[in-house]
Ligand binder design. Structure first.
Ligand SMILES: C[S@@+](CC[C@H](N)C(=O)[O-])C[C@H]1O[C@@H](n2cnc3c(N)ncnc32)[C@H](O)[C@@H]1O
Length: 308
């Protein structure tokens, strides 16, 4: 399917095909099926969450009895399942598009190695309790929105969190992976402000932001050549909003009630930069342009100051 749309068709035609309900129906089935035995396997996601929590300096019982919010939860909600394993009492899994394909969640759970999940998460929860929760997950042969609710996971989509939050409840942990780079530039600050205002006093947020061109991983900086006027909100969502590391720093620094820390930064140094970067791209130097991923942790101001 992807090959069909990636062919020589013009961007306008591709966009029309992509937005058709039929295309989205088949794409979402196909893509979620692939993810279930690939990057969204439960053991791989458990390992990812463990690494992020360790890098954020968190320890035992960090999510036990907590309220969590995942932004851009995608097709399988595997990260939200990890929050269930870690004992979260309520998890709001939200998305701007209703992408969830519950019939493929079983595959993401059953294709995983149980020991790997337990090993990854034992730093943050008692192993025997983890095992009981994992056994419960494995007992479901068919997932649905109702089954997810039984696990404390409420799926809310479509919802645009730059416009409104799902409710008034304070949230202890906000998580996103590969989502903030899809948010159109104009919506980033309103979205982050809404997140900050929903954070509980001792809550925290973690975002992994992937800064490369999602249209072309072979030439992952080519999207930086487009003029601002030619780079629509749709392209910002599909290929990435092109915000570089230094601009993210500024955006997070401008959130008056939040203290943040970049807990990791990775670079992409083995791919060519285009000769000309469009003047609308805000950056400091080549190093800034080449940052490919950042991990950001945020907490309400007074608490973070005391800790770091
Ligand atoms: C690359 S997928 C990542 C999905 C999931 N977080 C994961 O790790 O598999 C990007 C996700 O961001 C969501 N997204 C795109 N624009 C968004 C926006 N403005 N607000 C919230 N989510 C958005 C998409 O719907 C999709 O679920």
């Amino acid at each position: 399917m992807k090959t069909l749309v990636n062919s020589t068709l013009s961007e306008g035609t591709k966009s029309i095909i992509r937005s058709s309900e039929l295309y989205q129906f088949f794409y979402n089935k196909f893509h979620s099926n692939k993810l279930a035995t690939g990057t969204k396997r439960l053991d791989l996601c458990a390992n990812e969450i463990a690494i992020y929590l360790l890098q954020a300096g968190k320890g035992k019982y960090v999510l036990r009895d907590k309220v969590c919010l995942e932004i851009g939860s995608g097709w399988l909600l595997t990260h939200s399942l990890v929050f269930y394993l870690l004992g979260a009492k309520k998890i709001y899994a939200t998305d701007v598009e209703p992408l969830l394909q519950p019939e493929n969640i079983f595959k993401a759970v059953s294709s995983s190695q149980s020991w790997h999940i337990l090993d990854s998460l034992s730093t943050f929860e008692d192993r025997e309790i983890l095992r009981l929760r994992l056994n419960k997950l494995l007992s479901f042969k068919k997932f649905s929105v109702e089954v997810l609710q039984e696990l404390g996971i409420e799926y809310i989509a479509p919802i645009d969190l730059s416009q409104k939050m799902p409710g008034q409840e304070k949230v202890d942990f906000i998580f996103s992976k590969s989502v903030l780079e899809h948010v159109p530039v104009d919506d980033i600050t309103p979205l982050l402000e809404n997140l900050v205002s929903s954070l509980s006093e001792d809550g925290f947020m973690f975002h992994l932001i992937h800064l490369l061109d999602h249209n072309n991983f072979q030439r992952p900086f080519d999207f930086l050549t487009y003029q601002r006027e030619a780079y629509s909100r749709e392209l910002q969502t599909r290929w990435g909003n092109r915000v570089r590391r230094s601009e993210w720093k500024q955006i997070f620094s401008n959130l008056k009630d939040l203290d943040h820390k970049f807990i990791f930064e990775w670079s992409c140094n083995d791919r060519e930069l285009p000769e000309k970067i469009d003047s609308s791209i805000q950056y400091i130097d080549e190093e800034d342009l080449r940052i490919s991923h950042i991990g950001v942790v945020g907490e309400l101001k007074s608490l973070l100051e005391a800790k770091y």
